[in-house]
Ligand binder design. Structure first.
Ligand SMILES: Cc1cc2nc3c(=O)[nH]c(=O)nc-3n(C[C@H](O)[C@H](O)[C@H](O)COP(=O)(O)OP(=O)(O)OC[C@H]3O[C@@H](n4cnc5c(N)ncnc54)[C@H](O)[C@@H]3O)c2cc1C
Length: 431
């Protein structure tokens, strides 16, 4: 017997999460099936809506204003500017430790590589680091955390022409973490304000030991940036304590994987899903589906099945949302011959000659970056003839084609906007 719900969402990243949330808030009985950790653990935690348009090298000042100029097949054109705004309003409610909602304009944030990134929403912990702020800054890196080279990042920012002086210092993190330099270890020490041994052999609390190690490098800096390791459970308390001891605002610089800001956002999203009554089943992949009738605009999906330790468990629903991610998350698979969507075998347009998938210039415009599902106006995946694959299937997030999230800096925004729209439409179809 299949487990019954009104809406089943496959995939638990930003797209699946916002789809499930929208459907549940519309009153549907929703089940979310997800396999592994989403790309949030790898992403910076910045929530981009649209940083660049294809026709310009300059950052887009206002992503909402730029959306109508995107190609017709872009997912934002399907959802529309109002749809993107509606979804971002839900994001702002869910992620109340984010900033940037006060304006339509992109903020400019420093990255751990010392570049400047346009983004629509950023964690409160990164707020004092915005690059339009003219206060002089000190960046502090830790010897064992080689992903963030503070002097190098500072030099890059200066070369980029930021309107403030910036210097970098590398220090040993108090407590001798060199042999176990995971970002979660730094965060835990600071969360707990645990006792650590300083260089002189004395024992002090982690936060004050860190502030003391930074103090000699301050040299008039009016704000201090650290890699994003300042606490996992209560980053605001860690920041506030460092600010009090250093006497200047403190900010986190978004980092690559594993990304604490991304994981904190995932926690907030899952708390909202819990509160909305979404049933969640994680850790097992959806591997199969049962059709109800022929494939096509009249055909429907009756159920999907997960593989739990070799046993096939079916989940039936009236409506389904596919949010399994793109090439990174394995929602889109590829080998030398073809590009495919592995759960429902939906059509993924691509040239038969794989040499056409790539541009000869490594930094060029690669077709594969836009690989994914085409949809109709209701986000239903389309087959090769342009008809809906199934009457009751919608797709959201990076499983969709027609946009290059890395080039245009739109990854999270597209997943949130299309997830929200697909979930709301699924719930409406149930009524
Ligand atoms: C390194 C990196 C850095 C990034 N930095 C940024 C950034 O700074 N700003 C920004 O806005 N965006 C960034 N992005 C992009 C952004 O993170 C993604 O576009 C967005 O999070 C994708 O969300 P998603 O839900 O569509 O897919 P995913 O996050 O990939 O989630 C898909 C989920 O589906 C699950 N799944 C897959 N197959 C199955 C199956 N068969 N059964 C059940 N579950 C399944 C996966 O396990 C996963 O949990 C970055 C991405 C990467 C990779």
């Amino acid at each position: 017997m299949a487990i019954e719900s009104e809406v089943v969402v496959v995939g638990g990243g930003l797209a699946g999460g916002f789809a499930a949330l929208a459907a549940a808030r519309e009153g549907a009985d929703v089940r979310l099936l997800s396999y592994k950790q989403s790309t949030l653990a790898q992403a910076s935690g910045l929530v981009d809506v649209l940083g660049y348009t294809p026709d310009s090298d300059r950052p887009a000042a206002d992503p909402f204003e730029a959306i109508p100029s995107l190609a017709e097949e872009h997912p934002y054109r399907t959802v529309g500017v109002d749809g993107v705004r509606e979804a971002m309003a839900v994001f702002d409610e869910v992620a109340d430790r984010y900033r940037g909602a006060h304006t339509d304009r992109n903020a400019l944030l420093p990255t751990h590589g010392g570049t400047i990134k346009p983004t629509a929403r950023y964690p409160a912990g990164a707020a004092a680091g915005v690059a339009s702020d003219e206060r002089d800054a000190l960046l502090v890196g830790f010897e064992a955390l080689v992903d963030f080279d503070a002097p190098h990042a500072a030099a890059h920012l200066e070369a980029a022409g930021v309107p403030f002086d910036v210097s970098g210092a590398t220090i040993a993190f108090p407590g001798g973490l060199a042999a176990d330099a995971k970002v979660t270890r730094y965060a835990k020490l600071l969360d707990e304000d645990a006792p650590v041994e300083t260089g002189t052999g004395a024992t002090r609390r982690a936060r004050s030991a860190l502030a003391s190690a930074v103090q000699p490098h301050l040299d008039g800096a009016e704000r201090v940036g650290f890699p994003a390791v300042l606490g996992d459970d209560d980053p605001a308390a860690v920041r506030e304590s460092l600010e009090t001891q250093l006497g200047v605002p403190v900010f986190e610089v978004p980092m690559g994987p594993p990304s604490l800001p991304g994981l904190r956002l995932e926690d907030d999203l899952y708390a909202a899903l819990d509160a909305a009554g979404v049933s969640m089943e994680t850790g097992n992949p959806v591997v199969d589906y049962e059709p109800d009738g022929e494939r096509g605009s009249e055909g429907r999906i009756a159920s999907v099945s997960i593989d739990r330790n070799g046993a096939s468990i079916p989940f039936a629903a009236d409506q389904f949302v596919l949010a399994t991610g793109g090439l990174v998350g394995k929602g889109i698979g590829s080998d030398r011959e073809r590009v495919e969507e592995p759960v429902f075998d939906c059509h993924v347009p691509h040239a038969t000659d794989r040499y056409e998938w790539f541009d000869t210039d490594a930094f060029g415009d690669h077709d594969f970056a836009r690989f994914g599902l085409p949809t109709d106006d209701d986000l239903r995946p389309l087959d090769a003839r342009g008809g809906a694959e199934f009457e009751n299937l919608r797709a959201a997030g990076s499983v969709l084609g027609g946009y290059d999230f890395a080039a245009e800096k739109s990854g999270s925004g597209v997943s949130i906007a299309t997830g929200h729209a697909a979930g709301a439409a699924a719930a409406e179809a149930v009524r």
